[in-house]
Design a protein around this ligand. Structure first.
Ligand SMILES: *[C@@H]1O[C@H](CO)[C@@H](O)[C@H](O)[C@H]1NC(C)=O
Ligand SMILES: *[C@@H]1O[C@H](CO)[C@@H](O)[C@H](O)[C@H]1NC(C)=O
Ligand SMILES: *[C@@H]1O[C@H](CO)[C@@H](O)[C@H](O)[C@H]1NC(C)=O
Ligand SMILES: *[C@@H]1O[C@H](CO)[C@@H](O)[C@H](O)[C@H]1NC(C)=O
Ligand SMILES: *[C@@H]1O[C@H](CO)[C@@H](O)[C@H](O)[C@H]1NC(C)=O
Ligand SMILES: *[C@@H]1O[C@H](CO)[C@@H](O)[C@H](O)[C@H]1NC(C)=O
Ligand SMILES: *[C@@H]1O[C@H](CO)[C@@H](O)[C@H](O)[C@H]1NC(C)=O
Length: 769
């Protein structure tokens, strides 16, 4: 499917070149004009009028309104003001200078970044819902509407059945846009679906009718949407593994799919202009939560469709939850870093699918797998490094990685192969080994992946082992004349320890756009997550995989993001009047930083992880419903921040729907009322301020500090007394680097406010210069 779409692209480009050789190259751009100030009872005529202003405006730049009509293919008319158009680069530069314009940016592509996890987070206990569970108190997210920007949805999945759902909430204004797909339907659970493919088409060329539908042909969107808001489905499993009742974080929520991602072209699958169109529509449709498991490199906010779209959504009280990205474990890789988004990293939970490698010398190593096929019990096979099975014309590294066409069937046949992780997809390595006639595969981690092993639905018997275990297996192969081994049938194991630990792939801070704001904000389960899938493709998403599954096991920050979206759905039901920032604060300040053996959460090498990996920690939904205090923020606070970041006064003023002017004196980024404190350049000493709002009963809170190494921390006042709900108090934190401390890397600590019942925790992150 991927290769065929690449060919398709090539054919289109060559025909364009043949027929119109002299035309100046046009590319698709976003022209962003800020916000609208529609009245409350806005109608289609108002939207059409806006579109006409876009034609007039672009017409004045291009010389004629007709040219503008040809060029514009999206007009954003609801909340986001702007349009997408095919422009020459010189035209784009010229338009960007116009005083009405906030920014002009290229339509870049972005990448897309299950059952046990809710038990792991304390909502249930072996499938029985706890009485203290936020699920009970928040009526399973009843009537909250969760939208998802992704690859669409598989509407036939039982996770989207409307069994037990009442009438569609009257505030809903969305539609079920089934385009050319008459079999696509919505119901009282899946209350809306739309697709946005013009930006994709502007890059790949004309699309056939299979693109005119919100149907999910990939699996990703069904998986993420069902994780956020899927209904209860008993006996859900992947080939019998992980059997249980599948459900989303808000099982009684209504869901809506906004399809903005299509088969990848040059590795990108979701395009800016489509993303903006989806945000604009979702705000208008009336969603409460938006889940966005996609992203690209972090770029300045006004060039970032997800940041712009999220801003408009948050202004309307919608909470936007985004994935941090899968570019870990390197530092500075986190994406979706805008201060109005909730940015989610990924970690493991306490479920594994163990499948052991047993060597001829009786050593055994615990791997993980979801292979449906198993080898005969206790029967040894010869085992070799895949390098030993190198095809004559392949290079050694490709053979070691078991890349396509790198193995020689004469050498691999009847043997177990040890393949190294890295570069190509894990399931593709299994496919190559299977094609070469191997009986099974041991997939060994490279050093950067450490202990992060993933249960994949391999096409044949295979298991995935850690880096250290892989070294031991390679060592055995080297030191033995006739090495042998077998792989055991996978099983499902619960209560594994330690859990959680951070996934090696989870993108990390520091935040390269605004280092003063810690990102990611939080971590949630994102490894081996079981949730609904498409039946258009097999569970490995490869052409060779003809199997079909209703539930699949997938890993990524794409999977952790909708866990938090589902939890936000519950908080929205419980606290409809809380701002998006208050909800984020509740989630962050109640997170935990210890694992299930009460040790600090570690990274995938089992070394203590830091807030750059997990933000405030691992989400604890039952605690988040009653945080005691919140660090709140308003739209004006976000606009003030943008002024201080150097966005021009004119840009920021357009960003706001209501009259706004930048403050005469910039705010300090360090004082931005975020639930974490980050000082990336401490020179001697600094005092930062924060304001907390009481959302619990009257209480007196006392501060406690865990100091970052070499930094003294003073909190004033030490105590905060709240007499009523909604009361706000300010406090100051003075950070001082000790004389003995030389300039160095980042150090980490924590501030905790406690009234004996609530612990309100904030990470402290400091770098001295
Ligand atoms: C539409 O195009 C895609 C990608 O080029 C192709 O895989 C698919 O088979 C086509 N479908 C139809 C209905 O023509
Ligand atoms: C924003 O996008 C425009 C148009 O693609 C580009 O010229 C500009 O360099 C980008 N700005 C930044 C800071 O990335
Ligand atoms: C899952 O568990 C249920 C109840 O224990 C059982 O009836 C069902 O057969 C199991 N399904 C699979 C695929 O193992
Ligand atoms: C095994 O032998 C190969 C080739 O001699 C060498 O590159 C590799 O480092 C050895 N591995 C171990 C774990 O001893
Ligand atoms: C874990 O942290 C240690 C210490 O910072 C680092 O050396 C190692 O590479 C990290 N491992 C992973 C998988 O992130
Ligand atoms: C605020 O800070 C930005 C970025 O440093 C700067 O461009 C701007 O002039 C400042 N505004 C004021 C009012 O000082
Ligand atoms: C740190 O502060 C001292 C004293 O105020 C000043 O002289 C020095 O230039 C500062 N260093 C940096 C790197 O800003």
């Amino acid at each position: 499917m991927r290769t065929s779409s690449a060919n398709f692209l090539y054919l289109l480009l060559s025909s364009l070149l043949l027929h119109r050789p002299t035309i100046a190259a046009k590319r698709s751009y976003v022209v962003y004009l800020g916000a609208h100030s529609h009245s409350y009872d806005v109608t289609q005529t108002d939207f059409d009028r806006v579109t006409d202003t876009h034609y007039e405006f672009l017409g004045s730049c291009l010389g004629s309104k007709d040219k503008a009509k040809d060029a514009i293919f999206y007009s954003y008319t609801r909340h986001i003001n702007g349009f997408a158009a095919m422009l020459e680069d010189v035209e784009a530069v010229k338009i960007a200078k116009h005083p009405r314009v906030v920014s002009v940016f290229l339509n870049r592509g972005r990448k897309l970044h299950t059952t046990r996890s809710w038990d792991f987070m304390g909502l249930e206990d072996n499938g029985v819902i706890r009485s203290s569970s936020i699920w009970k108190k928040a009526r399973f997210g009843e009537n909250t509407i969760i939208g998802n920007l992704d690859t669409g949805v598989w509407p036939e999945s039982k996770s989207f059945s409307d069994d037990g759902m009442g009438p569609i909430p009257s505030k809903w204004k969305g539609v079920c846009q089934n385009g050319a797909d008459a079999t696509f339907h919505c119901n009282r659970k899946l209350i809306g679906a739309r697709y946005f493919n013009k930006g994709y088409a502007s890059v790949v060329g004309p699309l056939n009718s299979s693109f005119e539908s919100p149907r999910d042909h990939e699996g990703h969107g069904s998986h993420t949407l069902s994780t956020a808001g899927g209904n209860f489905v008993s006996d859900a499993s992947v080939f019998g593994y992980g059997n249980g009742t599948a459900k989303g974080g808000s099982p009684n929520a209504r869901v809506a799919a906004y399809k903005v991602c299509f088969p990848p072209v040059s590795g990108n699958e979701c395009f800016d202009v489509d993303i903006l169109a989806a945000f604009d529509m979702a705000i208008q449709d009336g969603v409460d939560v938006l889940s966005v498991s996609l992203g690209g490199d972090a770029v300045p906010f006004f060039n970032d469709s997800v940041a712009i779209g999220s801003f408009h959504a948050v202004k309307h009280g919608i909470v936007v939850v985004c994935s941090a990205g899968n570019s870990g474990p390197d530092d500075g890789t986190v994406s979706n870093v805008a201060t109005w988004q909730i940015t989610v990293g990924a970690s493991t939970m306490d479920r594994q699918f163990p499948s052991y490698v047993v060597l001829g010398n009786n050593m055994q190593f615990k791997g993980e797998s979801l292979s449906a096929k198993a080898l005969p019990k206790n029967k040894f096979f010869p085992i070799i490094s895949s390098l030993e099975a190198k095809a004559a014309n392949a290079n050694a590294i490709d053979a070691q990685l078991c890349k396509a066409r790198s193995l020689d069937p004469k050498k691999a046949k009847g043997k177990l192969l040890v393949c190294l992780r890295g570069d190509n997809a894990r399931v593709d390595k299994g496919q190559e080994a299977a094609l070469a006639g191997a009986v099974g595969m041991v997939l060994a981690n490279n050093d950067v992946s450490g202990n992060e092993i993933i249960a994949d639905p391999h096409v044949f018997p295979a298991t995935h082992i850690t880096y250290t275990d892989g070294l031991a297996v390679y060592h055995y192969l080297n030191s033995t004349k006739t090495p042998t081994a077998y792989i055991t049938h996978p099983s499902t194991q619960l209560n594994t320890k330690p859990a959680p630990f951070m996934a090696a792939f989870s993108s990390k801070g520091p935040n390269i756009i605004t280092p003063e704001i810690l990102k990611p904000d939080i971590t949630a389960p994102g490894v081996s997550i079981i949730a609904a899938y498409t039946e258009s493709q097999g569970p490995t998403n490869q052409d060779f995989d003809t199997r079909r599954v209703q539930y699949n096991c997938v890993s990524g920050t794409s999977m952790s993001c909708p866990h938090v979206s589902g939890i936000v759905g519950l908080l929205k039901t419980l606290h409809p009047d809380w701002s998006p920032a208050a909800i984020r604060s509740a989630i962050m300040t109640t997170a935990r930083t210890r694992d299930n053996v009460v040790k600090p959460i570690t990274n995938a090498s089992h070394i203590k992880a830091t807030p750059f990996s997990y933000g405030a920690g691992h989400v604890q939904p039952n605690r988040a419903m009653d945080p005691g205090l919140v660090y709140d923020l308003t739209t004006t606070n976000y606009l003030d921040l943008l002024c201080a970041l150097g966005y021009t006064k004119v840009q920021v003023e357009k960003f706001s729907e209501t009259p706004y002017t930048c403050p005469s004196k910039n705010i300090s980024l360090l004082d931005f009322n975020y639930p974490s404190i980050t000082v990336p350049n401490l020179n001697g000493s600094i005092t930062v301020t924060r304001t907390v709002k009481n959302v619990g009963s009257p209480a007196t809170y006392t501060s406690q500090v865990f100091k970052p190494a070499g930094i003294s921390v003073l909190v004033r006042p030490k105590r905060l007394k709240f007499k009523k709900i909604g009361e706000e108090k300010m406090f100051k934190v003075t950070l001082k680097s000790k004389k003995s401390r030389a300039a160095g890397g980042y150090v980490f600590g924590q501030l905790k406010w406690s009234d004996g019942k609530h612990n309100v925790r904030s990470p402290i992150v400091v770098k001295t210069i």
